[in-house]
Design a protein around this ligand. Structure first.
Ligand SMILES: [Ca+2]
Ligand SMILES: [Ca+2]
Length: 179
């Protein structure tokens, strides 16, 4: 096709303006939730979003869905500052995202990682048909950055543990988490 260029590179595909410094994690996947349908959902994480005056730098998560009425074809249905306020965790530098069932209840969760070594599992739910990122189900901090370049895999590779495991690549090697 076009050598050296990204075909159909369309800046308008990022709806709703500037989310700050660096969108570094992206997952596109249908979600296993009652009533979620087969359409893919898109979740993006930033390194750092626009901090409010006096706030420390923090990242953000954004949920999109396909919407033919939008000029970009996508609609943002949720944007969350991870600023430590209102029950949200304080997180900086999202670098990996994955969707899968990690607690064996046949519904999917969102797994996120950061340059700071945070590994966080968020609850997912539907509200008025839209995917919403909810509360923190699990949060640990590991040595070094983990999950960089979306190197998070949710899979049942170990039959000795119930259900899926979470595998993350990090500066201290590959780590496995399970129920
Ligand atoms: Ca689950
Ligand atoms: Ca297993």
């Amino acid at each position: 096709m076009i050598q050296g260029e990204i075909p159909n590179d369309d800046p308008a595909v990022v709806p709703n303006g500037d989310h700050g410094f660096g969108g570094t994690a992206l997952v596109v996947s249908p979600v296993q939730l009652s009533g979620a349908g087969a359409d893919p959902w898109i979740i993006m994480g930033t390194i750092e979003t626009h901090a409010r005056a006096g706030d420390p730098m923090h990242g953000s998560l954004h949920v999109y869905k396909r919407d033919s009425s939008s000029s970009s074809g996508l609609l943002e249905v949720q944007g969350l500052r991870m600023d430590g306020q209102s029950g949200r965790p304080f997180l900086y530098g999202f670098c990996g995202l994955a969707i899968g069932d990690v607690n064996g209840d046949s519904e999917d969760e969102l797994v996120a990682s950061t340059f700071n070594g945070d590994l966080v599992v968020f609850d997912l739910s539907l509200s008025s048909g839209n995917l919403q990122i909810g509360g923190v189900l699990f949060w640990t901090v590991l040595d070094g950055s983990i999950g960089v370049a979306n190197s998070i895999v949710i899979a049942d590779l170990d039959t000795a543990t119930s259900g899926n495991e979470i595998y993350v690549a990090g500066s201290r090697g590959m780590r496995k988490f399970h129920q």
